[in-house]
Design a protein around this ligand. Structure first.
Ligand SMILES: [Zn+2]
Length: 684
């Protein structure tokens, strides 16, 4: 699927993939005291807070909450997700039984959900839902029909070997242009194909076996299946080697290459762009952003040099891989064996109903979301969050005014940008229209294909039109939050404004420490290495003076060095360069939340000790509860290698180590582990 590069910069490590990953067995009931908002049984009092705050705050919980057999990690996001799943299940079961009339949202969400769970129909349909696609591949006989097939599959979001979509113009934030981007590989990242360590080699061996198994399930004899799997690996490896790395992609300009028809023809003479675009339903495309020119040069060379038969094998695989999770049981299980067990370390596949809920909610997002908000989002939550945001913005304003390393011209731009930040809290005012999407109780694979086609057409329809600023990047039942630099807006869907991150009934200091720090985290993204490249209207325009940006970068080196020293159990180091953006936002967010809390007191004294902890201590304990986690080694390694968010224990300890306020709240000595006196980092 085509994923726009400048998508939500999330606080949690949730992603589309995580939503579809196996989930835990059930929501463990919390013992949080309603007054303090803290569960004291989560603590491990044998550890001193100044020695290891993560273990002090969460050690009790860690001991009681092993990773469930069907999961790869277990912590706050999974606890919230399981409760969320139960709520969404209630909604979808009701829709399925409602007998809603054809064409209504309730009919569509009820039937989609039903079709995912209907294994009898999935099994009896076999590969029939893919028959027209296989015919389409069989018909390929030259470079022209090959590229026509690329376009045909692109309109179903089968990115092979690249993706197409709409993108906000980085330098003209009110307009939407067409974009093609690197894709076409089936492992989660290009590094899986290129790294030489034993683990990567073993994953590649398992992957080739997996591809062969899927070909065998699709009717190939074992020897042919193995040969074809190797061909797929060859093509994907070439694509991977030509792909930009995740670190390279953190620079938005690295993927901004708008090209005219002549320019794109000159770049890739074998790729007939105008016919390709027309086949995707796009006529008269002026500017096309060719996101990664080097990748497309390689595709161009491959079009000329790779035998048609090999391309056909590759496309067959890509279509099977795209569909595997929607087909009958043998495909579904083989898919889980590799993508679940081998890649994430999960032991069992999560129950079908959970997968059905997650996938229906992901696809028919706002249709499900409308029902979710009605049932599970208290109107007062929105009011309280707006108040917290007001205090956070005031706190950030003061910080920006006081920064001694920032010059006046940069400061002026920063303040203007802060004032222009738009807020999306809870749910959209205008909901997505699903009237053109056809969903029924036939095979799940067909509902999935129709959804993807509808979704891609809807995306391409935005090209050449002004940007829709009311559109939400994620539906309200999404447990995530974000800052969108190209829109200069923060987004807090209803589902993240829930316990333990936010509780409208709890003592406010804990809410400031937890959801306040999350909102603060997102706000600072507007000013950091990513957001600093976009102005108040969301245009790609660096508003820092070069001197100030140099000073900012010098300061970020402190965080990069700090995090590079953290290691996971197998000795792998955290990639400081990869995680520093998120780690800086964590630190800035907590700092601003602290100041916002002081503002909320408006001169009154902080509330008295509850559960033996002062208000200041509860602030940090509130922050800590976001991070309680147990994870399997494979999952920690995957996150360390690919995710710009550091692992939870580093996010907590790494952040509070840099806060003198933490040291004072817990009375830590300068020699304690959690105190960085001389080398503590301060950015915001
Ligand atoms: Zn972030």
């Amino acid at each position: 699927m085509h994923i726009p590069r400048l998508t939500i910069v999330g606080f949690l490590t949730f992603s589309v993939l995580a939503l579809l990953a196996p989930v835990g067995a059930g929501w463990t009931q919390s013992n949080r005291s309603p007054a303090s908002g803290i569960d004291t049984t989560d603590l491990d009092r044998s550890v001193k807070p100044c020695e290891d705050f993560y273990r002090f705050a969460n050690g009790g919980w860690i001991a009681k909450n092993p990773v469930p057999a069907d999961g790869s990690s277990w912590g706050t996001p999974q606890i919230m997700r399981d409760r969320n799943l139960e709520q969404l299940r209630t909604i979808l079961e009701a829709a399925q039984k409602s007998g809603a009339s054809k064409g209504t949202n309730d009919q569509k969400i009820g039937d989609y959900y039903y079709s995912v769970k209907d294994t009898a129909t999935r099994n009896s349909a076999g590969l029939k839902p893919l028959a027209p696609w296989f015919n389409r591949i069989d018909d390929i006989h030259d470079a022209t029909s090959l590229q026509a097939a690329f376009a045909y599959f692109a309109t179903y979001n089968v990115d092979s070997p690249f993706g197409i979509g709409s993108a906000q113009d980085l330098k003209n934030s009110s307009s939407v242009i067409a974009e093609v981007s690197q894709s076409g590989i089936s492992l989660p990242d290009r590094d899986y194909y290129t790294k030489d360590d034993d683990k990567s080699k073993s994953i590649r061996d398992q992957y080739v076996k997996h591809v062969a198994n899927v070909f065998a399930l699709a009717g190939e004899v074992p020897a042919a299946a193995e040969t074809k799997a190797k061909l797929v690996m060859e093509i994907e490896t070439r694509l991977a080697r030509a792909s930009a790395t995740r670190i390279e992609q953190r620079n938005p300009m690295s993927s901004y290459h708008p090209m005219s028809a002549e320019e794109r023809k000159a770049l890739t003479p074998n790729l007939d762009w105008e016919t390709y675009l027309a086949n995707c339903g796009l006529k008269n495309v002026g500017v096309l952003n060719v996101a990664e020119p080097n990748f497309f040069k390689e595709v161009d060379a491959m079009i000329a040099g790779t035998p048609i038969a090999n391309w056909k094998t590759y496309l067959r695989w890509r279509v099977l891989n795209y569909s595997a999770g929607t087909l009958g049981t043998p495909f579904d299980q083989e898919n889980f064996d590799f993508n679940g067990r081998a890649l994430t370390g999960a032991k069992e596949q999560s129950p079908l109903w959970k997968r059905a809920v997650a996938t229906t909610s992901l696809r028919l997002g706002e249709a499900v979301g409308q029902a979710y908000v009605k049932r599970y989002f208290a109107p007062d939550a929105k009011r309280q969050i707006k108040e917290i945001i007001t205090n956070l913005k005031a706190a950030l304003r003061e910080r920006i005014q006081q920064l001694d390393w920032m010059s006046e011209p940069t400061r002026k731009q920063a303040l203007a940008k802060l004032d222009a930040i738009a807020e999306k809290v809870g749910y959209p005012d205008k909901w997505t229209d699903y009237s053109k999407l056809e969903i029924d109780r036939g095979p799940y694979a067909l509902n999935y294909q129709r959804f993807q086609h509808w979704s891609l057409e809807r995306d391409l329809d935005k090209i050449g039109k002004p940007i829709d600023r009311d559109e939400w990047p994620a539906p309200p039942q999404t447990i995530n939050a974000g800052y969108l630099p190209t829109r200069n807006e923060i987004v807090f869907p209803a589902a993240i404004l829930q316990p333990p991150l936010f509780d409208p009934a709890a003592d406010p200091v804990v809410n400031y420490g937890c959801i306040g720090a999350i909102i603060g985290h997102e706000l600072t993204h507007g000013f950091d290495d990513q957001g600093g490249q976009f102005d108040a209207e969301g245009n790609f325009k660096r508003w820092w003076t070069p001197e100030d940006y140099g000073k900012f970068q010098q300061r970020t080196a402190c965080i990069e060095n700090q995090y590079s020293e953290f290691t996971i159990d197998d000795g792998t180091h955290v990639k400081g360069k990869l995680v520093k953006g998120e780690a800086i936002a964590d630190l800035g967010g907590l700092k601003i939340a602290w100041l916002a809390y002081q503002k909320s007191l408006a001169g009154k004294p902080p509330s008295a000790a509850i559960d033996g902890f002062t208000a200041e201590q509860r602030f940090f304990l509130g922050f800590a509860q976001a991070w309680k986690t147990n994870a399997r080694p494979q999952s920690e390694l995957l996150q360390t290698n690919t995710d710009p968010h550091p692992l939870p224990r580093f996010r907590l300890n790494g952040t509070v180590e840099n806060m003198p306020e933490f040291r004072m709240a817990f009375g830590c000595a300068e020699t304690d582990k959690m105190v960085r006196v001389k080398d503590h980092c301060e950015i915001w």
